[in-house]
Design a binder for this molecule. Structure first.
Ligand SMILES: *Cc1c(COP(=O)(O)O)cnc(C)c1O
Length: 360
């Protein structure tokens, strides 16, 4: 090598400080860490994908406007196609929102919540203001209104990841009416519960709703997210959107999924029943406090450090989600799996908690 350069000195300070999000991959565990759809991918949908897919299209760039997918979403949700944008996962849409509207502006984030808002806001060079939720993780509406007065973006999540609770229409309308900037509501889990805020898109010019195919619709591996907003909001997003962000295969798979959405509605109903059973079983374990959830996961706390409970569960072959934030050092999140998976999780949790109790 010819010479030494200091890579660090080439980086912006805020990028130097950024801790990358590196999901862990463990083979052969009961995977309850990422809120994915736990069922086998339906054969009938695979059939539809192969029917819709033209391998000749692989030599050409994808449809930059994803017209077939967007018109299907438009029919289903009753909004015109210029109210809809798709992305390479909602992660990409979050980044594009930050780059378009958040850069060099104030971005308000109600925490604890999905970590990608903070990461993408930092990457975009936004000035982040975190507003902690109240006790029991209810949204601190007054504080958000105050902080939002000079913000370009207010980031909300409902149902909230990881806490599982939702915001009410009254809370959201209060924020929409009193915020000069955009209010983004991430509804990645709305299929599982909580209020669907779609009807408010036509009423408020500053509302953006994020949705995804990664959770209820079983396409986490193919990266498809979408958002609803007024056409003006979307037009500016086109300035930063990569033209070919969503590949041909993923566009076709998402379309096939929508055509078979009755299958997913049944799976969602099953998971909601499983969630409620899991909640009441976890309530029975002494030393565990579990929080009510409108989503396909449950947040819980114990008297022990989350890291220790996490490791205990992992040594029993169960993977759950542990968080980096110090405020969540006693909290974990478990995704609702299939019946057998949930049973194995419950057995493991009880065993781990009991073993730790003996050590006290
Ligand atoms: C999982 C998750 C997403 C990620 O969606 P992708 O479409 O897979 O990028 C977005 N928001 C929240 C709150 C999530 O939990």
């Amino acid at each position: 090598m010819n010479k030494k350069i200091s890579l660090r000195s080439l980086l912006r300070d805020d990028i130097q400080e950024l801790i990358p999000y590196k999901p862990v991959l463990y083979p052969d565990v009961i995977k309850l860490d990422a809120n994915e759809n736990p069922f086998d991918f339906p054969d009938s949908i695979w059939q539809t994908i192969t029917e819709l897919l033209d391998p000749q299209s692989f030599t050409r760039y994808p449809d930059a406007l994803a017209q077939d997918l967007i018109s299907e979403l438009s029919n289903i949700h009753g909004l015109t196609t210029n109210h809809i944008m798709v992305g390479n996962g909602s992660d990409e849409l979050i980044l594009n929102l930050m780059l378009t509207y958040g850069a060099r502006n104030r971005v308000v984030i109600a925490v604890p919540t999905f970590s990608m808002y903070g990461i993408h806001a930092r990457v975009a060079g936004a000035n982040i203001l975190e507003i902690p939720r109240n006790s029991d993780f209810d949204l601190a509406v007054d504080e958000i209104l105050q902080a939002g007065k000079d913000a370009s973006l207010v980031m909300l999540c409902s149902p909230n990841n990881p806490t599982g609770n939702s915001i009410t229409t009254e809370q959201l309308e209060m924020i929409l009416e009193n915020s000069p900037g955009l209010v983004v509501v991430d509804q990645a889990y709305v299929e599982f519960g909580g209020t669907n805020f779609m009807p408010l898109v036509e009423k408020y010019s500053n509302l953006v709703i994020l949705r995804t195919f990664s959770k209820a619709y079983g396409l986490a591996g193919l990266r498809v997210g979408y958002l609803f907003a007024q056409p003006d909001v979307i037009n500016y997003l086109f300035k930063v959107k990569q033209p070919f962000n969503l590949n041909t295969f993923s566009q076709v798979a998402a379309l096939a999924v929508l055509r078979h959405r009755d299958i997913f509605q049944k799976q969602v109903a099953k998971l909601v029943t499983e969630r409620d059973k899991l909640y009441s079983e976890m309530q029975k374990i002494s030393g565990v406090r579990v929080y009510p959830s409108d989503a396909n996961y449950l947040m819980f706390s114990t008297n022990y450090l989350a890291k220790e409970v996490y490791n205990g569960l992992l040594s029993n072959n169960v993977l759950v989600r542990n968080f980096g934030e110090p405020e969540l050092s006693r909290y974990l999140r478990v995704s609702v799996g299939q019946f057998e998976e949930n049973q194995l999780f419950l057995q493991a949790l009880e065993k781990v908690i009991n073993t730790m109790g003996e050590k006290d």
